[in-house]
Unconditional design. Structure first.
Length: 257
């Protein structure tokens, strides 16, 4: 069995001082304070992998969206004691008293505090608040009226918790709200659905735009002025037809001094 490596280093270093943990998470969150991280699953290693989420949120001002059935085991698959989500109770401002899985193809209604409605599938939980606010409640079934989606201010950060799996439209609404609260803005506003946009920065500060069309059909996109297509070695026009499953990699012009 291979010993050491990043995973082993993660386990070793998480027990370090608060200053060490902040140094680890600093490049991720301190240099990019307007960042939303979505964490789902059962491991405490999260934001980033080598740092404790509660330290990064409280001290650096991160924004976390955590999915259902989290905080169950640690990075060595050992069950956490003390109720769930054990390592995140203070961070999320709640505890889960009972897991409430939904039947196959079952769903439960959701009532958001803004007046909109949605549905949850696969899973639900009996959530008791310990400081968090309700963003959506279960609208029917045995958990009717109980919190389904919550928000908790923790130090300089904010933590959201999803006690079910919302439908696509509701999930989009919740994630957009979290992103807007964090001050996150899209790389390219107004992109068609199914198109992913990411900007990467090289060591010499050159920026590269990646546009990925995950749709099986073509779409129209508007790249930034002066973007240079690295695959065709041409300057992109104002309007570009991006075929299904196709990609654009473009060098962006340097910002004016």
């Amino acid at each position: 069995m291979e010993q050491g490596g990043p995973r082993a280093e993660s386990i070793k270093r998480r027990g370090g001082s608060r200053e060490e943990r902040l140094r680890i998470c600093g490049p991720v969150l301190r240099d990019q304070p307007r960042r939303v991280v979505q964490l789902s699953g059962r491991e405490e290693v999260g934001i980033p992998e080598l740092a404790e989420p509660r330290v990064c949120l409280q001290e650096v001002g991160g924004h976390l969206v955590m999915s259902l059935f989290s905080g169950i085991v640690d990075e060595c698959d050992r069950i956490h004691l003390g109720g769930y989500p054990a390592p995140f109770r203070e961070l999320l401002g709640l505890h889960v008293e009972e897991f409430w899985p939904l039947p196959h193809n079952g769903e439960v209604g959701l009532a958001l505090t803004d007046g909109s409605t949605g549905t949850g599938v696969f899973w639900s939980e009996w959530i008791t608040l310990e400081g968090a606010d309700t963003l959506a409640a279960f609208a029917d079934g045995e958990l009717a009226g109980r919190p389904a989606v919550t928000r908790h201010a923790h130090g300089d950060g904010v933590a959201y918790y999803l006690g079910t799996r919302p439908d696509q439209a509701t999930m989009g609404t919740l994630l957009r709200r979290a992103a807007e609260t964090a001050g996150v803005r899209p790389v390219l506003p107004g992109l068609p659905g199914g198109v992913e946009a990411t900007v990467r920065r090289a060591q010499d500060d050159t920026r590269y735009l990646f546009l990925l069309n995950h749709n099986p059909f073509g779409v129209t996109v508007s790249p930034p002025a002066g973007a240079h297509d690295m695959l065709t070695d041409t300057v992109l026009p104002e309007i570009v037809e991006l075929a299904g499953r196709d990609v654009i990699i473009a060098r962006l012009p340097r910002a004016a001094a």
